[in-house]
Design a protein around this ligand. Structure first.
Ligand code: ATP
Length: 503
C-alpha cells in the first residue's frame, strides 16, 4: 500500500494533478500546487459538496469570509491558548519532532513486530491457523502487546494532563532515537502553536499581530447574526463555506494529507439547545451517504467516535477513509454546543442570539459542524479511482475510474486521422459540446495512445470522428471503464453525454 501512495504521487505529477510548490527551488515542504487537471478535479469536488449542502437544502446558505480576522477571534475560539502540539528537538541533529508522533511511531514498530510474528505463524500453520488464538497464547506476542498497553496508558495520561516532563521521560526510557541521526540526546518538550502569524499595517502605524485562519469555522460564527438577519433564516439553519486554512504542521509528510496551506469545506448548523444530539446523528448519516454516493467501495469508510471530547464538544466523530497509509480522518462531525457563539458574545460584548417567535424568547443556538478537508477528499478520490489493469490483449493500462461528475475532462474529441476533413468535423463537434462540458481535443498519436492518455486523467467519454462520420453524421462514443463503443448520431450526442456525466 505504501507503494500505492508513491504511485499516486508520481501519477498526480505526471498527469498535471498535483505539483510540489515552487518545485524549481526544490519545493516547499507540505505545500503543493494543483495543475491543469488537479484544479478541475478540485473544483468539481467543491461543486459536488456545495450543490449537496447549499443548493439542495433550502435552510443552508453559503458565505465567503476573509482569511484575516480580528485577532480577538482566536482568543475567543481558544486557538491562541490551546491550539498546540508538543515539540521536542534533537540536540545533535537539530531536527524538530512532534513528541507524540515519536511515541506513536515507536508503538507502530512494536505492532509491526507482532504482525511479522503473526504472518510467519500463518504461513507455518496454513489453513489451520487461528490468529486470535495465536495472539492470545504466543509468549512473544503477549509480551509485546503488554509493552504497547503500558506505553499507551502512560502516553495518554501525560498528553491529557499536559505533563510534558513525563512525555520526555517516556521518550528517554523507551530509548527512542532521532530517525535521522540515531542520537538520543533530546531537549525538553514544549508547546508549539500551530497558527501562522503576521503583521497588519506598517510598523510605523503600530503593527498588530494577526493570524492566518487555522479553520474556516470562525468566519461563520462571527457572521452568524449578519446571515440570520439578512437571510431571514429560522432555526434550524446552516451556513456553509469553502476556503483556505493554514496550520504550521510540524510533521509534513504523506503528500496532500497533511499540508501547511489547505482548503476546508465546513458547514455550521445552528439548532435549538437540547436538539443538538438528534441533529448530530442526522448529519453523521447524511455525510456518510454523501461519500457513499460517489460509488467507491463502501468498505473504505468507517466512523471513529471520539471518546475524549474537546473542551467545546458534547459529541464528536470522524469519518475515516482507507487511505494508502491506512484508515485516517477525512472529515470531522462535531456537536460544538454553544461554546463558540458564547465565547464571541463574551469577548465582543455583542449578543449573538436568535429570537424564537414560537417560544417568544431569545437563545444562543447550539451548533453541529461538518468539516472536511478538500485536499484529503482529493487524495481519497484519487486513491480510490487509481486502477492498473491488464487488458484482454495482455497490454496494461492505468485508468482513473473517477465518478463522471468529478472528472476534470468529461469528453475528449478525437479525429481518427488528422486529415481528410476529420479535423474540421471534429472541431465542429467540439464547438457543439464545449459550452456544456469541459472537452479536450487531441489529434496526436495513434488512437490507442490517445485513449490511454484520457484513461490516465479519468475522462469518462471519448468521441471518435472517422470517415463514416462524414457520410452519416454519426460518431463513436467510447466508454472509459468498459472500453465499449457505441455509435451515436451527432444530433443525439449532447443528450447522451448528459445522461452519462450529469450530476
Ligand atoms: P488531524 O487530527 O489529522 O490533524 P484535525 O482533527 O486537526 O486533523 P480538524 O481540525 O477537525 O482536523 O479539521 C477538519 C478537517 O480539515 C479534517 O478532517 C481534515 O480533513 C482537514 N485538515 C485538517 N488539517 C489538515 C492539514 N494539515 N492538511 C490537510 N487537511 C487538513
Amino acid at each position: 500500500k505504501e507503494n500505492l501512495l508513491k504511485k499516486i504521487i508520481s501519477h498526480a505529477k505526471e498527469y498535471g494533478f498535483v505539483f510540489p510548490s515552487s518545485e524549481i527551488y526544490d519545493g516547499l515542504s507540505a505545500v503543493y500546487d494543483y495543475g491543469q487537471n488537479g484544479v478541475g478535479l478540485k473544483n468539481n469536488i467543491k461543486a459536488y459538496w456545495w450543490k449537496s449542502m447549499v443548493q439542495l437544502h433550502e435552510n443552508i446558505v453559503g458565505i465567503d469570509a476573509a482569511i484575516f480576522m480580528h485577532p480577538t477571534t482566536w482568543k475567543a475560539s481558544g486557538h491562541v491558548d490551546a491550539f498546540n502540539d508538543p515539540l521536542i528537538d534533537n540536540k545533535d541533529s537539530k531536527k524538530r519532532y512532534r513528541a507524540d508522533v515519536l511515541i506513536e511511531d515507536h508503538i507502530a514498530k512494536i505492532e509491526n513486530k507482532i504482525k511479522k510474528e503473526v504472518t510467519k505463524a500463518a504461513k507455518r500453520f496454513g489453513d489451520d491457523f487461528d490468529e486470535a488464538q495465536f495472539r492470545s497464547t504466543n509468549p512473544r506476542v503477549l509480551q509485546n502487546q503488554e509493552k504497547i498497553d503500558t506505553i499507551n496508558q502512560r502516553f495518554k495520561a501525560s498528553i491529557e494532563n499536559e505533563d510534558f516532563g513525563d512525555l520526555k521521560a517516556l521518550i528517554e526510557e523507551l530509548e527512542i532515537a532521532d530517525p535521522v541521526s540515531g542520537s538520543k540526546n533530546w531537549t525538553d518538550v514544549r508547546q508549539f502553536n500551530l497558527m501562522f502569524s503576521t503583521e497588519l499595517g506598517s510598523l510605523a502605524e503600530g503593527a498588530n499581530k494577526i493570524y492566518l485562519r487555522p479553520e474556516t469555522a470562525q468566519g461563520i460564527f462571527v457572521n452568524f447574526l449578519n446571515v440570520q438577519k439578512t437571510g431571514r433564516m429560522k432555526i434550524p439553519f446552516g451556513i456553509a463555506q469553502i476556503g483556505k486554512a493554514f496550520r504550521n504542521e510540524i510533521i509534513a509528510r504523506q503528500f496532500i494529507f497533511r499540508m501547511r496551506e489547505f482548503e476546508q469545506m465546513e458547514m455550521q448548523f445552528f439548532v435549538k439547545p437540547g436538539e443538538e444530539l438528534q441533529w448530530y446523528e442526522s448529519w453523521k448519516k447524511k455525510r456518510l451517504e454523501w461519500h457513499k454516493a460517489l460509488g467507491f467501495d463502501e468498505s473504505n469508510y468507517r466512523f471513529h467516535d471520539h471518546l475524549n471530547l474537546a473542551h467545546y464538544a458534547n459529541a464528536a466523530c470522524d469519518i475515516e477513509f482507507n487511505f494508502p497509509m491506512g484508515f485516517k480522518e477525512l472529515e470531522g462531525i462535531h456537536s460544538r454546543t454553544d461554546f463558540d457563539l458564547k465565547a464571541h458574545e463574551e469577548y465582543s460584548g455583542k449578543k449573538l442570539q436568535f429570537f424564537d417567535p414560537q417560544e417568544n424568547q431569545s437563545y444562543v443556538p447550539y451548533v453541529i459542524e461538518t468539516s472536511i478537508g478538500l485536499d484529503r477528499m482529493f487524495l481519497a478520490v484519487l486513491s480510490s479511482a487509481y486502477t492498473e489493469e491488464t487488458l484482454a490483449d495482455g497490454s496494461e493500462r492505468t485508468v482513473l475510474k473517477l465518478p463522471p461528475i468529478l472528472a476534470p475532462v468529461k469528453v475528449a474529441i478525437l479525429p481518427l486521422v488528422n486529415k481528410d476533413g476529420l479535423p474540421e468535423k471534429s472541431r465542429e463537434i467540439l464547438d457543439l459540446l464545449k459550452y456544456d462540458y469541459n472537452c479536450q481535443y487531441d489529434f496526436k498519436d495513434a488512437i490507442g495512445r490517445r485513449y490511454r492518455r484520457q484513461d490516465a486523467i479519468g475522462t469518462p467519454l471519448c468521441v471518435t470522428v472517422d470517415a463514416q462520420t462524414l457520410v452519416d453524421d454519426t460518431v463513436t462514443l467510447r466508454h472509459r471503464d468498459s472500453m465499449e463503443q457505441e455509435r451515436v448520431a451527432i444530433g443525439a450526442l449532447n443528450d447522451r453525454i448528459n445522461e452519462l456525466v450529469a450530476f
